[in-house]
Design a protein around this ligand. Structure first.
Ligand code: CP
Ligand code: NVA
Length: 315
């Protein structure tokens, strides 16, 4: 598999085989790291890390991933550069592309990460936009594969804000690799119909299903219950409205019991607002899986950089 030079902007751009390749590479890099082995596959590379929004996991994953594999990460936070304000995204992209070998971008607009890729001409990795969060999905799929030993045929229910970056990206990722996905959300927070239809097409190929529901009974049979914050970054003014709307969709013991399966796991991309989207009780009961998921951000992000930019022969 050769993904050299590719950007990672949304999982829509990748085939199921390519997604599985990232997962296999991440598993290998993880096993090696546990043995104390890193490979220098990114030696001599300079990587720009642009963050318009805050981050713990994504920033640290890119930084540690770079250093483990011999690259130099340069953090460019909000207020450090002019991106889209005093300087156009196109111009910043052309400058960074002359100096850096790869660029990570976390920010608001998906259009910006796409422009960065187009104009910089180096691999650009989407570290979260309002629309998608594709690096998170690789970590989620790796965690599920580790836990269940397979992905195909698993029943996955995403509960909460069904039209945010996580809802969109989980729907794309699951439908591509053959995981049956249900988006459980109040109707006003359902994903866009065009995206649902696109994912239904992916699901036809992978032999999976895509279901959209506002009925909490839809968790029946779930192997995984996944949730995310009720107010994403940039939507803080909607807090009161969302709490009122989403309270019936809180992941609590009662909802977990509705799956009818004792083995159902709980997952969360983090950060979590305990008492809102998930109770402390459910969160703590499943903390081992949730923090495996957080750790897997690093191994999967490293795999993305190595696959699209690194010298794989060194592995
Ligand atoms: N899950 C995730 O993207 O976490 P951060 O916002 O801390 O990067
Ligand atoms: N939907 C959340 C995801 C955080 C990782 C947000 O955008 O804030």
């Amino acid at each position: 598999m050769n993904l050299k030079g590719r950007s990672f902007l949304t999982l829509k751009d990748f085939t199921p085989e390519e997604i599985n390749y990232f997962l296999e590479l991440a598993a290998k890099l993880k096993a090696d790291k546990k043995k104390g082995i890193t490979h220098n596959t990114l030696a001599g590379k300079n990587i720009a890390l642009i963050f318009e929004k805050p981050s713990t996991r994504t920033r640290c994953s890119f930084t540690v991933g770079c250093v483990d594999e011999g690259a130099h990460p340069e953090y460019l936070g909000k207020g450090d550069i002019q991106l889209g304000k005093k300087e156009s995204v196109e111009d910043t992209a052309r400058v960074l592309g002359r100096m850096f070998d790869g660029i990570e971008f976390r920010g608001f607009k998906q259009e910006h990460v796409e422009k960065l890729a187009k104009y910089s001409k180096v691999p650009v990795w989407n570290g979260l936009t309002d629309t998608y969060h594709p690096t998170q999905i690789l970590a989620d799929l790796l965690t599920m594969e580790e836990h269940f030993g397979r992905l195909k045929g698993l029943n996955f229910v995403y509960v909460g804000d069904g039209r945010n970056n996580m809802g969109n990206s989980l729907m794309i990722g699951c439908s591509k690799v053959g995981v049956n996905i249900t988006i459980l959300a109040p109707k006003s927070l359902w994903p866009e119909e065009a995206l649902v239809n696109e994912c239904k097409e992916y699901a036809q190929t992978s032999n999976a299903t895509v279901t959209i529901s506002d009925d909490v009974e839809a968790v029946k049979g779930a192997d995984v219950i996944y949730t995310d914050v009720w107010c994403s970054m940039g939507e803080e003014d909607k807090a009161a409205e969302r709490v009122a709307l989403l309270k019936p969709y809180q992941v609590n013991k009662e909802l977990m019991n509705k799956t009818g399966k004792k083995e159902t796991i709980f997952m969360h991309c983090l950060p979590a607002v305990k008492g809102n989207e998930v109770t402390e009780e459910v969160f703590e009961e499943h903390a081992d899986v949730v923090f495996d998921e957080a750790e897997n951000r690093m191994h999967t992000i490293k795999a993305i950089m190595v696959a699209t930019l690194g010298n794989k022969e060194l592995i």
